[in-house]
Design a protein around this ligand. Structure first.
Ligand SMILES: NC(=O)c1ccc[n+]([C@@H]2O[C@H](COP(=O)([O-])OP(=O)(O)OC[C@H]3O[C@@H](n4cnc5c(N)ncnc54)[C@H](OP(=O)(O)O)[C@@H]3O)[C@@H](O)[C@H]2O)c1
Length: 162
């Protein structure tokens, strides 16, 4: 098989925060819908902590969970023990990497595209991602949305490796 397209999906606040404890410190239903639409049918690779933080299995997508714990298992999750092993298990032309920070950092060098939701907030949070280097990443699409009805402003941004 040709090299699969590796796509990172993440939502990041203006101060770099992507999570706090086992949750994400905002709620953006539009982002959840876009995430669902764009990941549907693709195998998803995630860290064990992100898997544990999901409210349940996400329908229509395989859950490939990275852990170093050889005994770890969960119903309907496929277990991967290394980055290479996760990609081998995924075995698909388009692979969604859905977090968290440890996993994004581990896949960043190999990623082809980033579907980034910029969340225009500066929340408190213990999990952060640095900004993406514009010497490496080219912005090829942007859709800005103003704050409304108590929801923060946000931007859907597609970054492609130069
Ligand atoms: N804003 C967003 O888009 C977004 C998306 C996803 C998650 N999040 C947030 O991010 C936070 C979780 O991120 P996190 O960085 O703490 O954890 P994480 O990346 O979800 O999971 C880390 C775990 O993955 C496993 N792991 C990491 N590298 C590995 C490797 N090379 N080989 C095998 N296993 C490996 C280890 O599991 P074991 O400990 O089991 O060995 C490690 O503890 C939460 O707050 C969550 O809500 C935000």
């Amino acid at each position: 098989m040709n090299h699969p397209e590796i796509i990172l999906f993440l939502a990041r606040a203006d101060n770099g925060v992507i999570g706090d404890g086992d949750s994400i410190p905002w709620r953006l239903p539009e982002d959840q819908r876009r995430f669902k639409r764009m990941t549907m049918g693709k195998p998803m690779i995630m860290g064990r902590k992100t898997f544990d933080s999901l409210p349940g299995l996400l329908p229509g997508r395989r859950h490939i969970v990275l852990t170093r714990d050889k005994k770890w298992q969960a119903d309907d999750a496929e277990v991967a023990t290394s980055i290479k092993n996760a990609l081998k298990i995924a075995n698909a032309p388009h692979i969604a990497v859905i977090g968290g920070a440890e996993i994004y950092k581990a896949f960043l060098k190999q990623a082809d595209r980033i579907e980034l939701t910029e969340v225009h907030l500066k929340p408190k949070g213990d999990t952060k991602m640095p900004a993406f280097d514009d010497a490496i990443w080219e912005e090829i699409a942007r859709e800005d949305h103003d704050a409304e009805n108590g929801k923060p402003g946000y931007s859907f941004v597609t970054l492609k490796r130069k």
